[in-house]
Design a binder for this molecule. Sequence first.
Ligand SMILES: *Cc1c(COP(=O)(O)O)cnc(C)c1O
Length: 374
Amino acid sequence: MRPETLAIHAGGEADAHNGAIAPPLHLSTTFKHGPAAERIAGYEYQREGNPTQDRFESALTALESGAAALVYGSGMAAMTSALELLPAGSEVLVPQDCYAGLRSLGEEFLPERGVRVRAVDQTDAHAVAAAMTPTVKLIWAETPSNPQLRIADIAALAEIAHQGGALLAVDNTFATPLLQTPLTLGADVVMHSTTKYMGGHSDVMGGALVFARRDALFDKAAHRRHITGNILAPFSSWLTLRGLRSLPARMAWHCANARKVAEFLAEQPSVETVYWPGLASHRNHRIAAVQMRDFGGMVSVTFKGGRDAALAFAGAVQIFTNATSLGGVESLIEHRASVEGPNPVSPPGLLRLSVGLEHGDDLLDDVKQAIARI
Ligand SMILES: *Cc1c(COP(=O)(O)O)cnc(C)c1O
């Protein structure tokens, strides 16, 4: 089945008892069992697993063409849980441009556990191959990357990882399974912040890991989640599953609006660089066109006037709202360097736009009037 159909139906079987078409929301923390703890319907305690979460996980598994999925309380909880599966003494190769939380994990927390994180230019497969050592147990990719929209060749990274005895994990938050399915390109694990496009309405946090195989790694992650309690609440599972139903329709609209905004910005004399992988001028456009079905709703931009021009633009927009996060129906904009703490890594003149589902011409009008004020 095609992803558009899977998104509507996966995990959506009618309720066995009453025929309800909308999935029931089960809030129960505990499930009746026999006198010697014999399970009746497969469940025991909410922290280990529950029927609402099962529906969401089976939908994610189907959409990513995986074998199993685990959902967590946030994207960072999912990412941390994956990285903490690594043994002490191992190394992870991460991209130079990546979600700020991954950088913090690598600088502040993973070293305490004996796991070393090394940044490499993942848009250059030769550089990644050259960075492999016997202690590298994982390549962690993020493509498109946040916030510079860099694209890594997933199939090439999978080959390099596997030749070196390592695994490949891909943060697929920006693309969603509608635009690319890393497991079909050789990745071993896919991670999502379901807070973003999957939830889609800026009202529910969550994260997920989807596994290519239901093997010992999956069992370890599932057991670890059960014991450490890093789970997603049933209501959050329910809301995000609801969001998944409209993900294909929303992504098509996000991509179309982002194209309009990116193409317009690219023509403006005050603009320095537009980062959107659908533009022929984007430095990784070629691999993006091979690997992705469309180019997503995230656009970053830098101005010739640098930081001052970026802040003037961000202060002048009226439909775009200055706020962090992305992937909701409403358009958001953010000066990333301002939110990255004392040592920002994003270019000082960079704005990240999460292009929403308003009418594209209204968004263009907003961008036009803001450009006129910088
Ligand atoms: C937001 C985000 C995360 C973290 O997810 P949370 O749900 O905020 O914890 C990780 N990776 C990317 C690419 C993100 O955009």
